[in-house]
Every structure is written in structure tokens, then in C-alpha cells.
Ligand binder design. Structure first.
Ligand SMILES: *[C@@H]1O[C@H](CO)[C@@H](O)[C@H](O)[C@H]1NC(C)=O
Ligand SMILES: *[C@@H]1O[C@H](CO)[C@@H](O)[C@H](O)[C@H]1NC(C)=O
Ligand SMILES: *[C@@H]1O[C@H](CO)[C@@H](O)[C@H](O)[C@H]1NC(C)=O
Ligand SMILES: *[C@@H]1O[C@H](CO)[C@@H](O)[C@H](O)[C@H]1NC(C)=O
Ligand SMILES: *[C@@H]1O[C@H](CO)[C@@H](O)[C@H](O)[C@H]1NC(C)=O
Ligand SMILES: *[C@@H]1O[C@H](CO)[C@@H](O)[C@H](O)[C@H]1NC(C)=O
Ligand SMILES: *[C@@H]1O[C@H](CO)[C@@H](O)[C@H](O)[C@H]1NC(C)=O
Ligand SMILES: *[C@@H]1O[C@H](CO)[C@@H](O)[C@H](O)[C@H]1NC(C)=O
Ligand SMILES: *[C@@H]1O[C@H](CO)[C@@H](O)[C@H](O)[C@H]1NC(C)=O
Ligand SMILES: *[C@@H]1O[C@H](CO)[C@@H](O)[C@H](O)[C@H]1NC(C)=O
Length: 880
């Protein structure tokens, strides 16, 4: 008994610790002596010295009158930057990861000047914010949510001649990349994150908040605070994971008829801002059977989100899917649908977009210049990005800029820099270098050959060094023909004339040739190996395809095996006894081939067009094998009789299953996702697994068949065409396909691409989601995609789903699939995803849905509500 009790206790502790570890966190106490570290007693966060992340600045501590016990330990020291216009931290990040980055500034009269400085903060090559210290004893915190593009990120303090920049702490916290998604730029926190109706009246952060966001207590005298003692969102179902202690309280109106008003404010400067707003809701009152809470949110009088029905002790987050702009940011939460209780709001965050228009310098150039910096031990102002922003280019560099493309280093001037040793080979990696000045240093050794690889080089100055040997022929030639301005004076032991090169060349000509030849052999061998390896890999990926091609070589034998006589066909179908269906150019019959059920498709012999298609289909089907494509068992071509024999698909076509009425037969959301994924994989195989790629040209729900295990298989290749067979133009002579599914771009241009299939597949996805006809049977004949898009504009995502699903699905996956479908039906093909992307997305959606059904989480509404808003917007009861 006691032992098991102990074990349970340990388990509980472990799981607690796992949910709250600091992995990925970087907590720098700026100015702390190098190598020192400690755990902050208040937060248990582990702070380390910033010394190894920056190589400039001086360390100071705040003045004794401020370092009272009420000031947190990480604020006792600061690092300040009296020298240099830009000083940068270089922190390691994981590329393509989203981070919450926090910088804290507590002046505390550390310099005894009693002057509050103003300076800029940059993130990478872009300006983040202007830091204006307003109160010597109040820490100022700046927060930004930033998708780190590279394996390190620089945070720079920039002097604006209004006081010396300084910093107290710099902290990085990795976030889930599904949260806080901005369409462009980074998201900087506006003012403060609010814990409405706060229970503790304390700022909440780590360990209560696993992401260490700061939540500030907020009360408003006109509003009623409510709270619960129970944990909210135990198990963290919501990706945003606002802390339970924050969600346990909320504000409401005392009079339930009154709306709850939230405004970002009408400051003039906000007019040009783009905002993202996150409102977190959880029901914290146990409702009686005759009580309900249901409300909508409007922005500036226009519907924004809703209806919102907070779930008891679960967090729902409503947020803008796109930036809110326009200068008037008044939200109103008002009850709807006979709700007996007033709207509530537990927490709110508002961010503004910081545009990141300037790219980092190209990675290759950064790597090369960093190597050169360390080889020669250069200090200067070489911090942060070498070329950006343009006002802070490193001394001695010039760069070329082209719109938003990464800048490129074009000139390097290291004249009179006390350089010793040989000429660094990394210079050859600055591929766009036009000018290189190494004059007046103490460089030794030869003039290396790799300098001649710099194709753009126009100026090369090596005057005044101690270089030896000869100047490479190529450089001399370019100099003689006026392509290169070459200066090598003042190197007593360097020979820069053709004559010494002549000698040298003769002497070495044989070994050089040999080694070049040897190199060539080695390179050839490596290339060969790579090709073989690639082939093998391709074969592994498209194994069935290879098999198909091998089969082609033994064509005669194989085709005879698959060819049937007409009398055999009569036997198989028992004289065409049972009709399965009628297609565009023939009928389909049921049959038995050695006890195996088959579908036999006859092609009307009268149609020449049909005959061509017959041949095309046979050729294709013989080549193509995939678990999501109907396989051809055999065919008959005899006199006027054209017949195809397929495997039998016991469950008919998808269209039928989307329109059934018997509740027992209605496809579940998971079932629908599986079918969509199967069909997508089949199509993806046609596009990418086949050479040349095959465009199906008639993707629709009646051409997606289901076998006895409800595995989806694409059928009817009758209209397919090989790209190669069409010649280079890809223009087909007739527009084929089914109305409603037809790519509008193809329809106009006759230009056939894989993206035409993607369009049709998007329409299929919309049918799978909605179970509605592709073209409405009403007078206006509105297309399904138009209807869905109008529902999306209203923010009514749930109304899109087939009502027979009874809202039994994960709202996230519904949202994602709808977005995917809408992307597929984009007017222009360039905006449509590829089938590979579609397969990836559907895979993720299916995984989400399976996780949900396995957990048996029934609430139809899940942790996160997604609401896409195209309106403008702003924030809340914020006193600015
Ligand atoms: C600075 O903040 C402190 C405490 O927050 C406050 O007491 C003081 O009045 C403020 N000083 C100024 C100049 O606003
Ligand atoms: C999030 O990260 C995962 C894995 O790192 C990646 O597959 C996915 O595409 C990312 N999602 C977004 C929205 O960036
Ligand atoms: C928090 O502040 C509010 C408003 O100032 C006050 O009514 C409440 O009693 C305070 N709560 C605690 C725990 O101090
Ligand atoms: C929470 O617990 C405290 C102390 O046990 C109690 O006084 C208070 O009434 C409880 N609050 C609610 C909302 O249940
Ligand atoms: C609540 O507000 C409505 C509209 O503002 C008003 O008609 C009603 O009398 C109010 N109820 C109470 C109890 O104050
Ligand atoms: C709801 O039911 C409770 C009893 O269960 C009753 O006291 C209360 O008046 C009812 N409220 C409303 C609005 O009907
Ligand atoms: C809000 O409404 C007012 C008038 O109704 C309008 O002038 C203003 O442009 C609107 N603002 C936004 C952001 O839509
Ligand atoms: C940042 O530090 C990493 C190693 O920690 C280094 O490879 C990289 O070149 C540095 N970048 C800059 C801009 O200093
Ligand atoms: C700038 O970039 C564009 C598009 O990437 C390219 O077409 C153009 O040639 C570039 N211009 C220069 C001067 O490199
Ligand atoms: C090369 O450098 C020397 C010394 O810095 C300078 O005097 C000379 O003008 C430079 N030559 C060229 C071609 O720039």
C-alpha cells in the first residue's frame, strides 16, 4: 500500500515537471559577471551571464537607492554601450522556429547621470521598437513574437544620440508555430497582456505560464469580477495555453443586457498600425439547466466572431486570422440567442505588426565574412548583420541591395588593418566581390589561385605586404586585358611578370594536368555514384513505376496475358447480365473472372473519339499502378468491340456516399478525410510518380471509387493525356472535363497543367466538407466555392460543414481542410498548392482528427476557435 502510494506521488511530480521545464529557454542577465549563473528565487528561471553572447559594452549595477528587495534579482545588473552606434547580441536560435523574445530595461540610475535615455532596438536587420525609459524605478519590458529565419538571431541596441543604450535582461522562449500566426512580419506586444478580474493582483509569468508571458492584473470598477477555485484547461488542450490562474477569473457586465466594450484606443499613431487581437474565454460558473451564455463579437459595428459559447473550465481563443487595420478599433461583446448570462472575457492580448522588410545578408556571405573576421581577429564595428540595415553596414564593406532579396557583399576593404598570415581562403566564398583591398598589411605566403575564381573582381589591391612567389596567370591576363585593376607593388619577393610564370608553368604543367585528370576521374566517379544512388532512391519511392516500365519491355507477353477475347468477355459478364452503371461513352457491367468480382466497361464502338480514348486509357492503365488508382485487370480489342476489365469496387462511388440519408451510412469526418487523402495520393502519384506526368482531367466525386474497405481509388482515365504526347505546348484540342469541376483558367486558355486537377480536387474537397451540390439547384446556380467563400466571410465556419456530421469533428481540422480546398480552387493556378502539399496537409488533418477520436473528446467545439477576420481592428480596456 505504502509503496504504491509513493510511486503515484513520484509520477505526479514528474508529469508536473515535464509540463513546466525550461527547455529551449534562454535567460540572459545582462551585465552579470562572465560565467556567473543562478536560479531566480521568484520564478525559478535559470539566468546566465550575457558575456558570451556579445563582445562589446560595459557592465554596471543599478544605483543602491534602487536595489531594494522589491527589485527582482535579474535587474540588479545592466550592460551599457557608451561606444559604437550599434551593438548586437548574437543568440543561437533554431532556424524557422517561433520565439517570444523579451528585453527588459531597468535604468535605476546605473550611470549616476539621472538622465533617462531613448534608443532603438533592432531585431536582425530590422527595427523592432524605440525604447523610451520614462521612469528610473519601473522596469520597461518589450516583447516580440519572431519567426527566427536563421540559426542565430541578432538583437541590437542602436544609439540615437539621446543617451547611452543599456539593457537588463534578454529572454527567448520558443512557442508553438501554430500560435500567433501573422500574415507578414513579427508581432510586438501592445501595452500589456491583461488578466481580467485578476485573483492575485500580481503579474503572472513562469512557472504559471509555460511560455513565460507576462499577464498584468486588470480591474475596472464598472465591471463585475467573477472567478473560480477550479483549474481551467487542465491538460492544456488549447495551443495558446493561457495560464489557469489567469483564466480562473473574468469580467462581465452586471446587467446582462449591456454589451462588454473593448477598445484598443483611438490614438492617432494607431491609425497606421496593423493589429492582431487574441481574446481568451472560459466558462467559470457552473451553469444551471435554465442558464446559458452565448454571445457574438462585433468590431466597429460589424460582425467579427461568434457565436461564442464558452465551455466550462476549457479555454477558447478567438483571434483575427489577418491583420486588423483602419483606425477604429472598438469591439463589442453582446449576448445573443436568448442567452441568460452576460458575455465574459477572461484575458486579452493585442499585438501590432512590425514589418520585416529588410532581409538578412545571404547566408553564404555571412558565413564567409564571419570566418574572415575570426581568422584575422577583426573587431571594428563588426556586429549584427554585415549589410543591413544600410545605415549600419560594417566598416570596410559595401553591399548590393535588390528589393527584399538578401543583400550581397560586393566590396571588402581591409587596408591598413594589421593583418598577418596568409590570404584567407574564405575570401573566395564572397562570390560577388568586385573590389578587394588588402593593401598595407603584413600578409605573407603566395598570392593564391582562388582569387582568380572571383569572376566579378574588378579591383585587387595587395600593395605593401610581404607576399612571395608569383601572381597567378589568370589574374595577370585579366589585368593585361584591362578587366582587373591589379596592384601588387611593395611586395619585394613577389614576381608579377609573365616571365616567372612561364618558368613556373613549364615546370608544373605535367603534374597539374595529371592531377586535373585524376580529379576529373574522381569527380566522374562521384557523379556516377550519386546518379546510381538517386536512381535507387527514385526506384524505392516509385517502385511500382519502375515495375511498370520493366513490364513495358516485355510488352508482348504481358499484354497477351491481359488481353481477352470477346467470347471470354461474354462469359465473364454472363452475357452482360448485370449493369452497374452507364458512363459517358459506354456502360459498365458486373462480372466474375475466376471467382473474382470485376467491373467490365464497354466502349461504344461507333465513336472514333471513344476509340482514341480507349487506347489512351489502356496505355495509361498498363503503365500506372498505385493503391489509390483503379487497376486494370485486362482488356479486349476485337473488331468493333472495345472492353476494359477493372477490379470491382464494392462500395461504388464517393458521390453516392455523400448523399445518403440513412444515419448509419453517413461518412464520419475521419472517414471523409481518409478518402480525401487516398484520392489525393492517387492524383499526386499521377503528377509526380509518373514520367511524363499525367493529368487526370476529370477528377470528380463520381470518379472516386471505394473498395470493400472504403479505400479510395481514382477511376476513369479515359480523358487523361500525357504531357509528352501533347507536344510541348500542353495545349489540348478539346476542352474536356465536367462542368463545375473545370479549372476556369484551363477553360479560358486551354492550357493544361497538373494545377487543373488541383482545382477539380478542391471542388471534391468542398463536396466532402459540405455534401452540397457543386452547382446549386437554385435559380442563381451559384457555385459551391462561391457559397463557401461567402460563409467564410461571415466567419461562420461551422455552418459550412455537412449538418449530418452533427458537429462531430475537430474544428481545427475542418478549418484547415476548408482553407486547403479554397486554396485549391484559386482562380489562378499559381496560387493553388501542388498535390504533394495537399497530401501533406490532409495527412496532418487526419492525424489531428484521429488523435481526437482516440481520446474520445466529444466537445464538438475544441480548444481553439479559429476566426478569420478581414476587418480592421484594435484593443481593449487598455489605459495607455
Ligand atoms: C515611477 O514609478 C514609481 C513606482 O512605480 C512611482 O512611485 C513614481 O512616482 C514614478 N515616477 C515618475 C516620475 O513617474
Ligand atoms: C510548424 O512546424 C512543423 C514542424 O516543425 C511544420 O511541419 C509545420 O509546417 C509548421 N507549421 C507552420 C504553420 O509553420
Ligand atoms: C485586487 O484588486 C481589486 C481591485 O483593486 C480588489 O477589489 C481585490 O480585493 C484585490 N484582490 C486581492 C486578492 O488583493
Ligand atoms: C475559493 O476558496 C476560498 C477559500 O477556500 C473560498 O473562500 C471562496 O469562496 C472560494 N471561491 C469560490 C468562487 O468558490
Ligand atoms: C439593463 O439594461 C437595460 C438596457 O440598458 C435596461 O433596459 C434594464 O432596465 C437594465 N436592467 C437593470 C436591472 O438595471
Ligand atoms: C432557474 O432555476 C432555478 C432553480 O433550479 C430557479 O431558482 C431560478 O429562478 C431559475 N432562473 C430562471 C431565470 O428561470
Ligand atoms: C468604423 O465606423 C465608422 C463609422 O461608422 C467609419 O467611419 C470607420 O471608418 C470605421 N472604422 C473601421 C476600422 O472600419
Ligand atoms: C553568432 O554566433 C555563432 C556561433 O555561436 C556564429 O557561428 C555566428 O557566425 C555568429 N553570428 C554573428 C552575426 O555574429
Ligand atoms: C533584382 O531581383 C530581380 C528579381 O529577383 C531580378 O530579376 C533582377 O535581375 C535583380 N536585379 C539586379 C540588379 O540584380
Ligand atoms: C592600393 O592601395 C594603396 C595603399 O592603400 C593606394 O595608395 C593605392 O592607390 C591603391 N591602388 C588602387 C588601384 O586602388
Amino acid at each position: 500500500m505504502e509503496i504504491s502510494f509513493l510511486v503515484l506521488g513520484v509520477l505526479a511530480l514528474t508529469s508536473l515537471a515535464q509540463g513546466q521545464d525550461q527547455s529551449g529557454f534562454l535567460s540572459l542577465d545582462c551585465g552579470l559577471p562572465a560565467d556567473a549563473s543562478y536560479s531566480d528565487p521568484k520564478t525559478s528561471l535559470h539566468y546566465i551571464s550575457d558575456a558570451s553572447f556579445i563582445n562589446s559594452g560595459v557592465t554596471k549595477s543599478i544605483s543602491s537607492e534602487f536595489s531594494t528587495n522589491s527589485i527582482d534579482r535579474p535587474l540588479w545588473y545592466v550592460r551599457s554601450f557608451p561606444k559604437g552606434s550599434r551593438n548586437c547580441y548574437n543568440v543561437t536560435t533554431i532556424a524557422d522556429t517561433k520565439y517570444l523574445i523579451k528585453a527588459t530595461f531597468m535604468y535605476g540610475n546605473y550611470d549616476n547621470l539621472n538622465q533617462l535615455p531613448v534608443f532603438d532596438l533592432h531585431i536582425g536587420p530590422n527595427k523592432w521598437v524605440t525604447v523610451q525609459i520614462l521612469n528610473a524605478s519601473t522596469p520597461l519590458v518589450q516583447e516580440i513574437i519572431y519567426d527566427a529565419p536563421l540559426k542565430y538571431t541578432s538583437v541590437c541596441l542602436v544609439n540615437k544620440n539621446s543617451g547611452t543604450p543599456f539593457i537588463s535582461t534578454l529572454e527567448l522562449r520558443p512557442l508553438k508555430n501554430t500560435t500567433y500566426v501573422a500574415q507578414s512580419g513579427a508581432l510586438a506586444l501592445l501595452n500589456k497582456r491583461l488578466d481580467l478580474g485578476s485573483i492575485t493582483n500580481q503579474t503572472v509569468r513562469y512557472p504559471d505560464d509555460v511560455y513565460d508571458r507576462l499577464w498584468h492584473p486588470f480591474h475596472l470598477i464598472q465591471l463585475t469580477d467573477i472567478s473560480t477555485n477550479l483549474t481551467v484547461d487542465f491538460g492544456s488542450h488549447n495551443d495558446y495555453q493561457p495560464p489557469s490562474i489567469v483564466m480562473r477569473s473574468a469580467v462581465t457586465q452586471a446587467n446582462s443586457s449591456n454589451p462588454l466594450l473593448v477598445s484598443i484606443g483611438d490614438s492617432v499613431e494607431y491609425k497606421t498600425y496593423q493589429f492582431y487581437v487574441y481574446m481568451h474565454f472560459a466558462e467559470i460558473e457552473k451553469l444551471e439547466a435554465n442558464q446559458s451564455r452565448k454571445f457574438n463579437i462585433s468590431l466597429n459595428g460589424t460582425f467579427w466572431a461568434g457565436p461564442i459559447i464558452p465551455l466550462y473550465l476549457y479555454t477558447i481563443t478567438a483571434y483575427s486570422g489577418s491583420a486588423i487595420t483602419g483606425g477604429n478599433y472598438d469591439f463589442s461583446l453582446f449576448k445573443v440567442g436568448g442567452s441568460t448570462l452576460p458575455p465574459l472575457l477572461n484575458a486579452i492580448e493585442v499585438y501590432y505588426v512590425v514589418e520585416l522588410l529588410q532581409s538578412e545578408t545571404s547566408q553564404a556571405d555571412i558565413d564567409a565574412i564571419m570566418e574572415i573576421k575570426s581568422t584575422y581577429g577583426i573587431t571594428r564595428n563588426w556586429q549584427g548583420d554585415p549589410c543591413a540595415p544600410q545605415d549600419y553596414v560594417w566598416d570596410g564593406l559595401s553591399c548590393s541591395y535588390n528589393g527584399t532579396a538578401p543583400p550581397i557583399i560586393t566590396s571588402l576593404n581591409l587596408s591598413s588593418s594589421g593583418l598577418t598570415g596568409e590570404i584567407a581562403s574564405d575570401i573566395a566564398n564572397l562570390k560577388s566581390l568586385k573590389s578587394l583591398d588588402l593593401s598595407n598589411n603584413s600578409l605573407t605566403g603566395p598570392v593564391p589561385d582562388f582569387l582568380s575564381q572571383l569572376a566579378s573582381l574588378k579591383v585587387l589591391n595587395m600593395t605593401g605586404n610581404r607576399l612571395t612567389g608569383t601572381v597567378p596567370v589568370d589574374l595577370l591576363k585579366r589585368s593585361q586585358s584591362g578587366l582587373l585593376l591589379l596592384s601588387v607593388d611593395g611586395n619585394p619577393e613577389l614576381c608579377a611578370s609573365d616571365s616567372c610564370n612561364d618558368n613556373k608553368n613549364k615546370k608544373y604543367v605535367v603534374p597539374v594536368t595529371v592531377s586535373v585528370a585524376a580529379l576529373f576521374v574522381i569527380v566522374a566517379a562521384i557523379l556516377l555514384a550519386i546518379c546510381l544512388k538517386r536512381r535507387k532512391k527514385q526506384a524505392a519511392v516509385a517502385g511500382e513505376m519502375m515495375e511498370a516500365q520493366t513490364r513495358k519491355t516485355s510488352d508482348a507477353l504481358e499484354s497477351r496475358k491481359r488481353q481477352f477475347t470477346y467470347s471470354e468477355v461474354l462469359e465473364i459478364t454472363n452475357n452482360f447480365e448485370r449493369v452497374l452503371g452507364r458512363g459517358g461513352f459506354g456502360s459498365v457491367y458486373h462480372g466474375y473472372l475466376d471467382d473474382i468480382e470485376v467491373a467490365v466497361k464497354t466502349v461504344s464502338p461507333s465513336s472514333v473519339q471513344g476509340y482514341k480514348e480507349f487506347q489512351a486509357e489502356v496505355k495509361l492503365l498498363l503503365r500506372v499502378h498505385h493503391k489509390n488508382l483503379t487497376s486494370l485487370v485486362g482488356y479486349c480489342e476485337e473488331a468493333n468491340h472495345l472492353v476494359l476489365i477493372y477490379e470491382y469496387m464494392a462500395n461504388g462511388d464517393l458521390k453516392h456516399h455523400l448523399s445518403v440519408d440513412d444515419p448509419a451510412d453517413i461518412l464520419s469526418w475521419e472517414g471523409r478525410l481518409r478518402i480525401a487523402l487516398g484520392a489525393a495520393q492517387g492524383l499526386e502519384y499521377l503528377h509526380n510518380g509518373c514520367k511524363p506526368p499525367i493529368v487526370h482531367r476529370d477528377v470528380k466525386t463520381t470518379n472516386i471509387l471505394l473498395d470493400d474497405k472504403f479505400q479510395a481509388k481514382l477511376a476513369d482515365f479515359g480523358l487523361s493525356r500525357n504531357f509528352a504526347a501533347e507536344g510541348d505546348s500542353h495545349v489540348t484540342t478539346t476542352v474536356a472535363g465536367t462542368p463545375g469541376y473545370l479549372d476556369p483558367e484551363y477553360h479560358v486558355t486551354n492550357w493544361l497543367t497538373e494545377k487543373s486537377d488541383v482545382y477539380s480536387f478542391g471542388v471534391v474537397l468542398l463536396e466532402i466538407i459540405t455534401s452540397r451540390p457543386v452547382i446549386a439547384k437554385t435559380a442563381d446556380k451559384i457555385h459551391l466555392s462561391t457559397w463557401v467563400s461567402s460563409m467564410l466571410d461571415k466567419g461562420d465556419i461551422k455552418a459550412i460543414a455537412d449538418p449530418r456530421l452533427n458537429v462531430d469533428f475537430d474544428i481545427n481540422s475542418l478549418w484547415k481542410v476548408t482553407e486547403l480546398a479554397m486554396a485549391c480552387v484559386s482562380e489562378t493556378s499559381a496560387e493553388r498548392p501542388t498535390m504533394s502539399q495537399v497530401v501533406m496537409e490532409l495527412n496532418e488533418c487526419l492525424a489531428t482528427e484521429m488523435a481526437r477520436t482516440r481520446e474520445g473528446r466529444s466537445p464538438s467545439y475544441n480548444s481553439v476557435e479559429y476566426m478569420s477576420v478581414n476587418l480592421s481592428a484594435g484593443l481593449s480596456p487598455l489605459a495607455r
